[in-house]
Design a protein. Structure first.
Length: 793
């Protein structure tokens, strides 16, 4: 398509869709006009994909997820449909700032972190591979909260991405289902009939997800909750306006907010409602689609694979059995078999507190028939495999339920899948030894290299052509180039320019000046004790103290960059945020160390900020307590963008190290096994602190008010934790982390060698493409085949 055709399309949308003339159009107007023009180019392949799927009677994959952390869509769509350069030319021609227009788009934060972003990468890969698939989730009015810092503390604000029109979606008033809650179960002619007490409408909103080169597009179908009756007219006419609007407000609450990854008690009722709401609507939708084409529901497993993204949609098991058994009259055992033939479950955590459990009371109140069916499923399973119960201590364990109802269960890295077999799912694994399979996570190279890092991707394409974008393993063709000084120079140059851009952004948005030749050392992820941001900040404190001891030393300059949100109810994580910000304000104002050390913590880390930070990183901090991080996916994005990792043998770090080579990875810390052993040593933290004077002094600085304007109490909680229970073994891993960090310093000074290691990280990270992950799910779990590519744009 030519630039002028795109320009006509943008101008036409500006006029006819937005009712604006170019003289009065705002950045928003231009952005929406361009988005609509881009969307137009996706609609044909989207329709064609659906038609091809029907024609081939292909098996469909349904990915059920409470979270889709899709971020911004415009730039990705322009790149994937091949019109990015044309679009830029159009706006240059119009004399408008293209970057500003792209950045006007709100970041759709319909997820908390890794699990939600993984779902978004998977959708893009499913489209790139041409696998007929649909993502199902919730159209939250308010995504993940916006984070601000007030005096260094996290403050949460409601996110409101939907106050602007979401231009990518199509509302589907005809695709709507009534979803019930509560009520009673009756018996009628030998069949159970559930008569819910209340009901809301789940209405579909579709967003096309286009793959590379626009060859295929799948759908992300998000459900919004609507009332059955908009207004109680009787109450309204009686003058009680608030009460009249109540049904609407109550119904809409269900799709109002995304739950922050949290363990608070409040809102449990609403969370379970959300889970059932979107799961039930999705199942009804896919059964309706199946029945439009086929007449025997016993064929469902041949035509449909359903992937449960963690236990959040686990109610799909009993719901599918309820539909097949109660509503369609199938034998219970047959219904079970069919449901199990369709369902698969991905586990994303071994942390016991993060595995969902619902009390019998709440489950019985909101979903009385489902509780009965869960009892029956439990009994049936125990008859065959005594010793494991889904229900225990008055609770339903959703992990066990998901496992029992699934054809395949998977972990998200090799280590994690192995640990599943010996920890939380040990007994179930022993009973069903073939059920757990590993599917190591991946990230889409389109967004996480091609789009977010145009300098590096341009250089790669110059060297090896653009085949790597669709087949990331071809990045290995870069290997011979890492011995070419000219290539390495350009590699270093691309990284440096990305750092200059980031430095400018940091200066403008935070008023902190950073040296683009310093090492950019980045830890971005949710704030959690197991991810150990406090280990990083302790090392920062110790380094700063040492620099002050030796102000004439030849220190390697570093910019420590942090990003991440804490769950609003997670007090300790919020203390860590406060500590990082407090340390930053002391260190950044210290004239003695300012040429070597800066601490930068921009607020409101999100997908857009990740896209800015990752291309500019030299060092990737992946320092979780071994055995706790299921996989990590940020670690893959960094390696792909030529950052070196300092990390523990945890999650996918293990596999990253294997792929990039042990020489190109800074390893430290205890292994998962050593961690378990160390915990049994009484006084392990004290022991570690007494053996390492640097650590002792850093912990002391938390207690003596150095970072709290003399207040000895402000960070006492963190200090006491590190020197007391220290469940996450910050103290025990400190010395080795310090050692590895100094090795990093040394290595960074040998710029040529560092560049070579960085380039090797890029060349050897292609395996971490989500295309590889999806191919593997397709062959090992879904038995789904890619359809033929349709056409090239
Ligand atoms: C129960 C509920 C409130 C809840 C909500 C969100 C519980 C957990 C989560 C999110 C979990 C999550 O994001 N897990 C991450 O999944 C990534 C993708 O597999 C992994 O890379 C990462 O290690 C894991 O922490």
């Amino acid at each position: 398509m030519s630039t002028s055709a795109l320009k006509d399309s943008v101008l036409s949308h500006l006029k006819y869709s937005l009712g604006k003339d170019p003289e009065h159009a705002t950045t928003y107007d231009w952005r929406v006009a361009l988005s609509l023009a881009a969307r137009d180019r996706i609609v044909d392949p989207w329709f064609e994909s659906t038609r091809a799927t029907y024609r081939a009677d292909a098996k469909r994959v349904y990915y059920l997820s409470m979270e889709f952390l899709i971020g911004r869509l415009l730039e990705d769509a322009l790149v994937n449909t091949g019109v990015y350069d044309d679009a830029k030319a159009v706006f240059d021609d119009l004399g408008l700032n293209f970057g500003e227009i792209l950045h006007d788009e709100p970041d759709a934060a319909l997820g908390n972190g890794g699990l939600g972003r993984l779902a978004a990468c998977f959708l893009e890969s499913l489209s790139t591979l041409g696998i007929p698939a649909m993502g199902y989730g919730i159209r939250y009015e308010h995504g993940l909260f916006r984070q601000r810092f007030e005096g260094g503390r996290q403050v949460e604000e409601a996110e409101d991405w939907l106050t602007q029109e979401h231009v990518w979606e199509f509302e589907r008033p005809e695709a709507a289902f009534e979803i019930g809650f509560g009520g009673q179960v009756y018996e009628n002619g030998g069949r159970a009939v559930w008569r819910p007490q209340e009901a809301v409408i789940a209405q579909a909103f579709d967003t096309p997800v286009v793959g590379w080169k626009g060859e295929w597009a799948n759908t992300l179908r998000l459900w919004g909750a609507l009332p059955k009756t908009v207004l109680d007219l009787q109450r309204f006419n009686a003058g009680d306006y608030a009460a009249a609007a109540e049904p609407e407000a109550l119904a809409r609450t269900i799709s109002r907010v995304l739950y922050p990854d949290d363990t608070t008690e409040e809102g449990k009722h609403l969370r379970l409602k959300q889970e059932y709401f979107f799961t039930a609507a999705s199942l009804r939708d896919l059964i309706r689609r199946f029945e439009a084409e086929h007449d025997d529901l016993r064929d469902l497993p041949k035509r449909v694979a359903i992937q449960l993204n963690d236990t959040h949609p686990a109610i799909a098991g009993p719901e599918l059995v309820r539909i097949l058994h109660d509503e369609r009259g199938m034998e219970f055992e047959t219904a079970m078999e069919i449901a199990r033939g369709c369902l698969n479950y991905t586990n994303h955590t071994l942390l016991p507190e993060a595995l969902e459990r619902w009390s019998d009371g709440l489950m019985g109140y909101l979903l009385p028939r489902h509780l009965q069916l869960i009892e029956r499923i439990d009994t049936a399973h125990q008859t065959q495999h005594p010793g494991i119960a889904i229900r225990e201590h008055g609770e339903v364990k959703m992990g066990e339920l998901s496992f029992i109802m699934a054809n395949r269960v998977n972990g998200v890295s090799a280590l994690h899948s192995d640990l599943m077999k010996v920890t939380v799912f040990k007994d179930l694994h022993d009973m069903h030894p073939d059920r757990i399979v590993n599917q190591t996570n991946g990230v889409t190279p389109r967004r996480w290299l091609r789009t977010c890092n145009p300098r590096l991707s341009g250089l790669i394409t110059d060297a090896i052509g653009d085949g790597w974008i669709k087949d990331a393993e071809r990045l290995s063709e870069l290997e011979p180039h890492v011995n070419d000084a000219g290539f390495l120079d350009r590699f270093v140059q691309a990284k440096r320019e990305n750092k200059v851009d980031l430095g400018q952004w940091i200066a403008e948005s935070m008023g902190i000046s950073v040296d683009p030749d310093a090492m950019f050392d980045v830890q971005i992820k949710r704030i959690h004790e197991y991810k150990r941001q406090h280990l990083n900040i302790l090392e920062t404190i110790a380094l700063w103290q040492e620099m002050r001891d030796n102000p004439n030393g030849d220190w390697t300059p570093r910019v420590k960059i942090f990003g991440g949100k804490a769950a609003p109810g997670y007090v300790f994580a919020k203390e860590i945020i406060y500590l990082i910000n407090s340390v930053a304000s002391v260190i950044n104002n210290d004239p003695v160390t300012s040429k070597w050390l800066k601490v930068v913590y921009p607020a409101n880390y999100n997908v857009t900020l990740a896209e800015r930070l990752i291309p500019a990183a030299n060092l990737s901090e992946q320092i979780s307590t071994a055995g706790k991080e299921a996989s990590g996916t940020g670690n893959m994005k960094f390696a792909l963008n030529g950052a070196l990792t300092i990390g523990t043998l945890d999650g996918a770090n293990v596999e990253i190290r294997e792929h990039v080579g042990a020489d190109n990875f800074f390893l430290f810390g205890m292994t998962a096994e050593e961690v378990m052993e160390r915990r049994t040593v009484e006084g392990h933290a004290w022991d570690a602190i007494s053996k390492d004077p640097r650590l002792a002094r850093a912990v002391d600085a938390l207690r003596n008010g150095t970072f709290a304007g003399g207040d000895h109490d402000r960070f006492r909680g963190i200090a006491d934790n590190i020197s007391g229970p220290d469940y996450f073994l910050v103290a025990s891993d400190f010395s080795d982390y310090w050692r590895a960090s100094r090795e990093v310093d040394q290595a960074f000074r040998d710029t040529g060698h560092w560049a070579r290691m960085a380039a090797l990280n890029t060349a050897r990270s292609g395996w971490f493409s989500s295309d590889r992950t999806i191919r593997s799910y397709a062959s090992e779990i879904w038995d789904a085949l890619p359809s033929k590519p349709l056409r090239n744009i």
